[in-house]
Design a binder for this molecule. Structure first.
Ligand code: MRU
Length: 362
């Protein structure tokens, strides 16, 4: 996607041919800053401190983290150690584990002196495939949007509600939930996006609004609790979110608050779609509520809100009395029964074991 006319991905190999450039997402929307990663520890830090975030991008960063780690040593012990450390950076998004396993499966059988070049090739392939997958998600999602737009009589605007950021910043390119939105906008459908601010880190306000604005998509920021009200008043034609891990049975783990939107959507007969790439499916899990590890992050993210201060600097302000405590559950699980459909690179599936198995022929 483009930033002020310049095409960008969210991660890329630098001109030196070995270091890795990322966009520091903790500075957006106030500052567009590119950071260079030169060690696997920096890659791990970029993931855990959320300079990069979003399940597919976390996976791509971890793949390049392996490459950076192999520059020093390429023996089995080192490869396994850095793999474990990278996997531990964020527990919920399954693409991280998927990408590390894909790297290990390729690298472990190779002689040590062949591993570095093969790792860089594989990391680049993971990135290219992610971009292609997300573009295909956009194409399939566009067909869904067209049907809803036609059923609405093509009047007014197509009002879409989304939660968190599942745009190109959360992936390598295009995004998952935002990919069909960009394609619909490009196809001339007058889309308007209600953007949940997504406390505590406000990925909606900081990232989704920034992305949509850069692409010229009409959007309005709402507080997290406004969605139900909007749905009751017929102001939402569909909801679409991304996911950090989808169970083999179609349950969807996504940013905290997604479940409540799905409940409100069901109560108001608003279609609730989830967009996901194949690597976000955890084929080892059926019951997401029971079996998906939910990341609990530091309370600082809840106690403070980040923004621009009067001096134009990015700063946090405390909103909690110093004597109170907070809890920071980062994800929740929406049961499959509340999901209208899963939009994947292979087409749209029912949120069920049969639906997903049919699509992925398992
Ligand atoms: O904690 P984050 O910002 O990494 O959260 C992940 C997300 O961006 C969302 O949950 C998203 O909807 C799924 S990733 C495309």
């Amino acid at each position: 996607m483009e930033v002020d006319g310049v095409p960008y991905r969210s991660i890329w190999l630098a001109d030196d041919g070995w270091s890795v450039d990322i966009i520091d997402q903790t500075r957006l929307p106030h500052e567009f800053r590119v950071e260079k990663l030169t060690t696997w520890q920096q890659a791990a830090h970029a993931i855990s401190a959320m300079l990069v975030r979003g399940a597919p991008l976390i996976g791509a960063t971890a793949a390049y983290g392996i490459c950076l780690g192999l520059r020093k040593k390429a023996d089995n012990d080192h490869l396994k150690t850095i793999s474990e450390k990278l996997i531990a950076t964020r527990p919920t998004a399954v693409n991280l584990r998927w990408a590390i396993r894909a790297m290990q499966d390729l690298l472990l059988p190779l002689p040590e002196n062949a591993r570095l070049a093969a790792a860089y090739e594989k990391a680049a392939q993971i990135c290219d495939e992610d971009a292609a997958i997300n573009s295909a998600i956009g194409d399939h999602g566009l067909e869904v949007f067209k049907r809803i737009w036609e059923a609405k009589g093509k009047t007014g605007r197509l009002n879409i509600l989304t939660h968190c950021n599942a745009g190109w910043l959360a992936t390598v390119d295009w995004g998952t939930a935002l990919s069909p939105i960009y394609k619909a906008h490009n196809a001339g459908i007058p889309v308007h996006v209600w953007v949940d601010e997504t406390r505590p880190r406000n990925q909606g306000a900081h990232l989704t609004c920034w992305e949509l604005g850069k692409h010229g998509v009409d959007h309005t920021l709402i507080v997290d609790n406004a969605g139900g009200h909007l749905m009751q008043h017929g102001l939402v034609d569909l909801c679409i979110t991304g996911t950090d891990r989808t169970t083999a049975a179609g349950g969807v783990c996504n940013k905290i608050g997604t479940y409540l939107k799905a409940l409100a959507a069901r109560d108001n007969n608003v279609p609730f779609y989830v967009a996901l790439p194949g690597p976000t499916i955890d084929w080892e899990i059926d019951n997401g509520v029971k079996d998906i590890p939910i990341e609990v992050r530091g309370s600082h993210e809840v106690d403070y809100i980040q923004g621009l201060n009067g001096e134009g600097e990015i700063a946090g302000v405390r909103i909690l009395p110093s004597s109170s405590r907070s809890a920071n559950y980062a994800f929740d699980v929406t049961p499959a029964r509340l999901v209208t459909g899963l939009i994947t690179e292979r087409g749209v599936s029912e949120a069920s074991k049969t639906g997903l198995a049919k699509l992925y022929q398992r």
